[in-house]
Ligand binder design. Structure first.
Ligand code: ADP
Ligand code: ZN
Length: 289
């Protein structure tokens, strides 16, 4: 059986076909322009591939409520060309109503990890991506959490550190987690590309404090069995030991579990070589059938 997968991002749309074991058979990357330009290219890619279903892991915010009149729409995105766009409807129309699985990009990555990666078999997991923005997917009791809209783990409010006078970059909240710790915030605060700051210890010391603070909040509210960190900023691997140590310090011995005793296995990098998103989209297709 051939399944279609789309990882829809703000800069590119990765389209792939794969099988029910998550094996990717072919893939292309299409730049994200306007729906009028980009959707025909996506449709052309899948047109002769005879896919049984398509999974779409999409940037958001998106409407995931099956009974909503705007189910499958991209809602209040800052990417204005896509605001209010019926992306699921467009695919349904182009492919004769085949099943279309639909979820957030981060829930897609989480699903990839929970199906074929480091969280295989777990029921309560968080996936956080720290890149151009910060987003997070949540699996609770074996289900991807949606709720009222879907979780927005990047926009939680933070306790700012006194040594940090940077105003924050989130257009909505200024100094929320994303506003203080996403790639563009690091770059504006320190005045150079995050990549070029690799040997500035103070950069990663502060960054790890904010990430640890966010993780402590997710730990206390969602009680995950594992926390997976992905995205461009997490390519700075020195962050992992710093974050783990600070999470233990901030916990101050309050929560005591076997997971926290083995923190190297608790707070981990993504495990599927940056294929977690597209593999998760394959699983969304499987689940839609
Ligand atoms: P996106 O979030 O757009 O999908 P990424 O996850 O690659 O893409 O995130 C891009 C952000 O991550 C940029 O702000 C960039 O500066 C930062 N980034 C990318 N690679 C690195 C790296 N090796 N070290 C530090 N920061 C990085
Ligand atoms: Zn925000």
């Amino acid at each position: 059986m051939i399944l279609g997968a789309i990882e829809a991002g703000g800069t590119k749309m990765v389209c792939a076909i794969g099988d029910e074991n998550g094996k990717i058979i072919d893939r292309v990357s299409i730049p994200t322009k306007t729906p009028e330009e980009t959707m025909p290219e996506i449709i052309a890619y899948f047109k002769d591939k005879d896919v049984a279903a398509i999974g779409l892991a999409c940037f958001g915010p998106i409407d995931l409520h099956k009974d909503s009149p705007t189910y499958g729409y991209i809602t209040s995105t800052p990417k204005t060309a896509w605001l209010g766009y019926d992306i699921v409807g467009c695919l349904k129309k182009a492919f004769n109503n085949i099943p279309i699985g639909f979820d957030t990009d981060v829930n897609g990555s989480l699903l990839g990890e929970a199906t074929w990666g480091c969280a295989k078999g777990m029921t309560d997991v968080i996936y956080i991506t720290i890149g151009t923005g910060i987003g997070g997917g949540v699996m609770s009791g074996g289900k991807l959490l949606h709720g009222m809209l879907h979780p927005e783990l990047g926009h939680i409010l933070m306790r700012r550190y006194p040594e940090d006078s940077y105003v924050g970059k989130c257009p909505f909240h200024k100094d929320c987690f994303e506003g203080l710790a996403a790639g563009p915030a690091i770059e504006e605060r320190w005045g150079s590309k995050a990549f070029d700051l690799a040997d500035r210890d103070e950069v990663w010391e502060l960054e790890s404090k904010y990430i640890a603070q966010a993780i402590i909040n997710y730990m206390m509210t969602l009680s995950p069995q594992k926390i997976i960190l992905g995205g461009g900023v997490m390519h700075q691997e020195q962050l992992f030991p710093l974050i783990r140590q600070k999470v233990l310090e901030m916990n101050a011995g309050y929560i005591q579990t076997k997971e926290l005793e083995n923190i190297e296995e608790y707070i981990v990098p993504a495990s599927l070589n940056d294929n977690q998103g597209i593999m998760g989209a394959i699983k969304l297709a499987i689940d839609a059938m």
